[in-house]
Design a protein around this ligand. Sequence first.
Ligand code: SF4
Length: 373
Amino acid sequence: MSERVIPLADHRYAAALPRVPAAAVPPTGLLGDRLGRPLRDLRISVTDRCNFRCSYCMPKEVFDKAYTFLPQSSLLSFEEITRTARLFVAHGVQKLRLTGGEPLLRKHLEVLIGMLSELRTPDGQPLDLTLTTNGSVLAKKAQALKDAGLQRVTVSLDALDDAIFRRMNDVDFPVAEVLEGIAEAQRVGLGPIKVNMVVKRGTNDDQIVAMARHFKGTPVVLRFIEYMDVGATNGWRMDEVLPSADVVARIHAQFPLEAIEANVTGETAERWRYRDGSGEIGVISSVTQAFCHDCNRARLSTEGKLFLCLFATNGHDLRALLRGGYTDEQIAGAIGLIWQGREDRYSELRGAAGAEVGLGDGQRRVEMHYIGG
Ligand code: SF4
């Protein structure tokens, strides 16, 4: 007996359900936003929880014991995430990055990775399936992630000095365990491994050369990220930003560097290699050298909201479509229309405004632990 389809107008969600306009944009793989940027990279936040309290992302005084995280029921299920990812791939996405909060805190994540690893681009190519982690449980999970189909990992590591690292994660977590996680990920073949260091002037900038020295001569690509005014809780100030130009200069003084081309269009990191051939580093300069002009990244929040920029204030509720009886065509059409209308370029505008405390438009920017980096 075939199921009776409930007409949308009669559905109890009817009032809340977004209307999928007739002019939806079906997937062609050639989708471009208002600035002509294609959709190539989808970042999927699988949890808003984290076991660290890094001050530039989840300051402890805000995300304290009383903070209410999202209930399990509001999180997208693995089936919903995979369905959504498949629709983005039809629109041209070639890279999926799992983020959080801390993605390895989501139970049975290997199952989701297995489901996503089966997706193929319209011309049958496997996707670039990667994950960003704070490395706290990586040593234990690396093999299972690899076996499930994960290709590579990016590990956040803000200092080598144990005391500075413990202060920055603000939960007294030892640096040695993260280094073990990186070594284990290397051993099981989750490479090329990238290590991301957020540089905050006066907090950990004295670790720059030590980090470079530690990873120089290894396959690990170390990237230095300028401290950003993400969200609305980290108290960002421009005078705590150390421009990437200074980072490069400090390393170059010890280990001569030369600039190299980007791997792909839309790559966030500017690449430098050691002149002696012993590896490369990258700098991600959202504050002093905005790269919005070829930003091809979309972000899916833990509860299924589509964000078009890391500094966005609002998202588009895809979960309501996923749970509202809409077809794949209708949801893909809505995604196409949303992207087509995109004109976000926050970092460029912040730069142009010479903002010292972020762009104060009175609107609350989305928190990074909710949509991932
Ligand atoms: S600020 Fe927004 S538009 Fe610019 S690069 Fe970052 S995510 Fe992309």
